[in-house]
Design a protein around this ligand. Sequence first.
Ligand code: CA
Length: 377
Amino acid sequence: MIISAVRTHILEARLSQPFAYSRAWYDTRTAMVVEIETDTGLTGWGECYGPARMTAAVVQSVAPWLIGEDPLRTDYLWQMIYARLRDHGQKGVVIEGLSGIDIALWDIKGKHFGVPAYQLLGGPLRTEVQAYATGLYRRKSGDPLRYLAEEAAGYVAEGFKSVKLKVGFGVEEDAAVTRAVREAIGPDIALMVDANHAYDAVAAIYLGRMIEPYDIGWFEEPVPPEDVAGYRAVKTALSIPIAGGECEFTRFGFRDVLTSHAIDILQPDTCAAGGLTECKKIADMAEAFGVRYNPHVWGTGIAIAASLQLLAVIPAHTPVSLAPVQPILEFDRTEHPIRQALLVKPIEHTGGIVRVPEGPGLGIEIDWDALARFAVR
Ligand code: CA
């Protein structure tokens, strides 16, 4: 079997209502899907996190190196692409492009052997995972104290045991909405906050101290990813666990994060940090450092499926205990017209639990009509 074609699909969909996180408004959802075809007729699907037109350019530039290669040699192909671009792309869009390629290759590999990708990544440690609801963004109108509390209560009513709130809109306001959401969900639901690196260490510590009484599960991206000393300062000052890593790449990048002891919970994005090949290695390294690993997930059903394949094989956080702390799935609940439409059988939750797809490869089937409908011409 050899690779016969590599295609990229840039998808876009307008939102009915724009929403904001700490640094920007969204009025459109975009996705970059990788399709790799083989001479046997098997096709694999992957997805790249990041700016779609840039990751598509990376994948198209790399495509000629893949034509004629054996798609089952996932590690070899990863090393080959990385080595050829090492001087120019150790982080960022190059690795995001490589991630989508790698995921598509794992989809092919699973389909070739007739098993889910997790079976070839070591076999499943779990076949279902707890999901947390990512939402609680800002809207153009209304009182956030009210609509965020209502939205959070809605997730609890759906069965979610944990929710994540966007902060980074000013320390006083963040503290007020955190309190409102905590009061709306009650004491038994986990509440995490995510600043998307809106703050410096001084402001992050100030906010952290104000919200410590609300039993916060983790404080995500308090400071910019380059500010490792800032991460360490925040971690030292607060009792809240510190999370981050969606802007970091490859085992080499995460090696430096781990040896700096700056983060309690690692959040590599499978579609950005290097694909399934690399993220399994990062997860094993995190375990060796005693650091929890919960993947960042922000994409279509392909990204969710790839993340679930990885979640099936990530070591439990406390592997020797009788009640191990298990990794959890980030489950984006914001409007995304492409996310569910792209799969013939969308991935859904039942009472906050998501099953890992059991079909071959990523365990998904692409809806060709949706692929055409959202395609950017
Ligand atoms: Ca985040």
